[in-house]
Design a protein around this ligand. Structure first.
Ligand code: NAP
Length: 282
């Protein structure tokens, strides 16, 4: 299967590139294919003629999106429309990667694929618009929602490890709940799903539930830093521009039912990720 990646330099993109080595694929990021340019997107997809496009490119700065909705919608909604239109024209399947932030976080349990989105911030609204636009254009579509990603790039784990070198105390939010997810596990789930013809909506996040505070404590525990004290903080105290859902874990219901595989517990994935980082810095 010939695969074209968007957002190939992002956290998910890098993990996909690693796993696709030795197969026929084209890695694109903004320099090779700016998805906000419809003609350029058609040209690149048309000249490569992929069987499938894995679309990870996105405007992912949640707080910046709040002050610049047009930039977020341009990439996440219109950009996705451009990618989907090119897939329709050239007969490619599409995997659109979306987010737990399409939910409002008020349900009181983990969200499955049958639950109704109700995004509360601009980023979530723009990603949900991308879902709907892709859905209007394509039948051969996988929408894969994930959450709290970390991998090869700037992310919460790396921020905590860095702060842990600089400070003795770190305050971390303890009233937002979600599923920390290693981009490597997500990449594998996407490639497994792509082999099926079971198009639809999927949640793909590491199993279990954590707050950012739980996540931070586990990062220090597993990386052997017992010096730093992690203190709980409320979302209101932190006062970020974008509202976030208080409880948006993703249940991998459809993934389990169709592929028989759900992602492993988040603590296990984090342990392996940290072991890999130690190996790199050793
Ligand atoms: N990160 C998370 O916690 C999280 C959570 C839930 C869902 N997701 C979704 O998962 C997917 C992958 O996330 P990620 O963390 O891997 O993202 P990321 O590291 O921010 O990577 C996104 C990539 O998209 C590229 N991009 C931005 N605008 C573009 C454009 N106009 N044309 C082409 N490429 C463009 C970026 O390039 P530049 O760097 O050059 O701008 C970047 O390489 C995204 O769809 C995201 O919405 C992420």
């Amino acid at each position: 299967m010939k695969i074209l990646l968007t957002g190939a330099n992002g956290q998910l993109g890098r993990e996909l590139v690693k796993r696709l080595k030795g197969t026929e694929f084209l890695a694109t990021d903004a320099a090779e294919m700016d998805i906000t340019d419809p003609a350029g997107t058609l040209r690149v997809i048309g000249s490569y003629q992929p069987d499938a496009v894995i679309h990870g490119a996105a405007y992912t700065n949640v707080d910046a999106a709040e002050g610049n909705p047009e930039a977020a919608y341009k990439v996440n909604a219109v950009g996705t429309q451009n990618v989907a239109a090119a897939c329709l024209k050239y007969g490619a399947k599409l995997v659109y990667v979306s987010t737990d932030y399409v939910f409002d976080g008020t349900l009181g349990r983990a969200y499955n694929e049958l639950d109704r989105p109700n995004p509360q911030n601009v980023y979530g609204k723009s990603k949900h618009a991308g879902e709907m636009l892709a859905h209007h254009i394509l039948n051969e579509l996988f929408i894969v929602r994930t959450s709290w990603l970390y991998g090869d790039g700037g992310n919460f784990v790396r921020t905590m490890l860095k702060l842990g070198q600089e400070r003795d105390e770190i305050k971390v939010v303890d009233d937002q709940h979600g599923c920390p997810t290693w981009a490597a596990d997500l990449a594998e789930a996407i490639l497994r799903l792509l082999k099926t013809e079971q198009f639809g909506i999927y949640h793909a996040a590491n199993a279990g539930v954590a707050t950012w505070y739980d996540f931070a404590k586990k990062i220090f525990e597993l990386s052997g830093n017992s010096r730093v004290r992690v203190l709980p903080q409320t979302t209101a105290e932190l006062s970020r521009p974008a509202p976030r859902p208080a409880y948006s874990p993703l249940e991998n219901l459809m993934l389990r039912l169709t592929t028989g595989h759900a992602l492993r517990p988040w603590e296990e994935a984090l342990r392996e990720y940290l072991a890999g980082l130690k190996h790199i810095t050793a």
